[in-house]
Design a protein around this ligand. Structure first.
Ligand SMILES: Nc1ncnc2c1ncn2[C@@H]1O[C@H](COP(=O)(O)OP(=O)(O)OP(=O)(O)O)[C@@H](O)[C@H]1O
Ligand SMILES: [Mg+2]
Length: 330
């Protein structure tokens, strides 16, 4: 069997009109994907991990044939997402964060029956499958048989969305932040199911999240994406091995901004500067051994007339990891 998903150099631009007063507007172009390449095999969960605006939903929508890329290509189940969109759709189960199409006045079960009919499923096959999925996602325990969709909690809505994505038993699942906003038991349920679907049933799963902790729990491989580019890729263990070796040296200094860059450029590490009010500059330097440069750095600051306000050495947070892998300011 070939690859389940193969994306090569995907580019996507959004054009938006920005109003500048009553009669004027300018067209702004947002480059949401700047050449994204990756692949997903059957039997694995691959996480697309990135902060808000990274391009996760855009990637999912291109693979789901809901958006046409401006550059590059993608194949899903061996079919081209642009040229063979119909065939792609037959091979995917899709779950988007903002779900549309469920009917408020229908129960959970009735909604699934509606979609099964829409997908052209045989009635008996559909009934059996819906029974199975309702049990699998514990929608019966939550009363989804009898409750109207409009009365559903967020967790019930998410479970119903996943049930819909699984209706046709498609071999490839595209799940966009499936646990967003859920309580821990619902999130855990969905994560466990997703792993089973890949590891037991052999499905290929592309799973987006902005949560490092979750990515580590669910994913066999993680692709870190930021501002439309892949910044790092590997198994959770491989990525972690690269991360904990770095620490973040946080220094706040007060003084003239002009002298700052010279000092920072003299250290051979990535850094970020956030200049606040009253001439205070918050500086983050990413280092393996901050202790070793701290002395020298402080001397330089003081020598150039800076007042050192605070010093902290911290383990990197997810945000720091992104800043680091995204290149920082150097
Ligand atoms: N329909 C649109 N029109 C204009 N710009 C858009 C549109 N959809 C997304 N964008 C922009 O494209 C970039 C990527 O957006 P995308 O929704 O793919 O990110 P994301 O990783 O899913 O973020 P989030 O975590 O917030 O869901 C962002 O800068 C976003 O503002
Ligand atoms: Mg999104």
């Amino acid at each position: 069997m070939g690859l389940a998903i193969e994306a090569v150099n995907l580019v996507k631009r959004y054009r938006t009109k920005k109003r500048l007063g009553l009669f004027k507007s300018v067209t702004e172009v947002v480059e949401a994907l700047k050449g994204v390449s990756f692949s997903v095999r059957y039997g694995e969960v691959v996480g697309l991990l990135g902060p808000n605006g990274a391009g996760k939903t855009t990637t999912i929508k291109i693979l789901a044939t809901l958006l046409i890329p401006d550059g590059g290509e993608a194949r899903v189940a061996g079919y081209d997402v642009v040229e063979e969109a119909d065939k792609v759709r037959k091979n995917i189960g899709l779950m988007l964060t903002v779900e549309k199409g469920f009917y408020g006045k229908l129960t959970g079960r009735e909604n699934l029956e509606y979609f099964a009919a829409l997908y052209g499923m045989d009635r008996d096959v559909a009934r059996e499958r819906i029974d199975y999925l309702i049990k699998l996602l514990e929608l019966d325990k939550l009363g989804a048989d009898t409750k109207l969709y409009e009365e559903f909690s967020l967790g019930m809505k998410a479970r119903l969305s996943l049930a819909r994505a699984l209706l046709t038993d498609a071999p490839i699942l595209l799940l966009d932040e499936p646990t967003l906003g859920l309580d821990p038991p619902s999130a855990r349920k969905i994560r466990e199911l997703v792993k089973d679907l890949a590891h037991r049933d052999g499905k290929a799963v592309l799973y987006t999240t902005h949560n490092m902790f979750e990515a580590e729990l669910v994913c066999d491989r993680i692709i870190m994406i930021n501002k439309g580019r892949i910044v790092a890729e590997g198994t959770p263990a491989e990525l972690k091995e690269r991360i904990p070796k770095l620490k973040v040296l946080n220094i706040a200094v007060r003084g003239n901004q002009g002298n700052l860059k010279d000092i920072l450029n003299s250290i051979d590490s990535k850094f970020e500067v956030d200049s606040g009010e009253a001439d205070v500059h918050n500086i983050k330097v990413y280092l393996k051994k901050p202790e070793e440069v701290l002395d020298e750095l402080l001397k330089k600051f003081i020598g150039r007339g800076f007042e050192v306000v605070s010093i902290k050495i911290e383990e990197p947070t997810l945000e720091d990891v992104f800043i680091y892998f995204s290149g920082g300011s150097t």
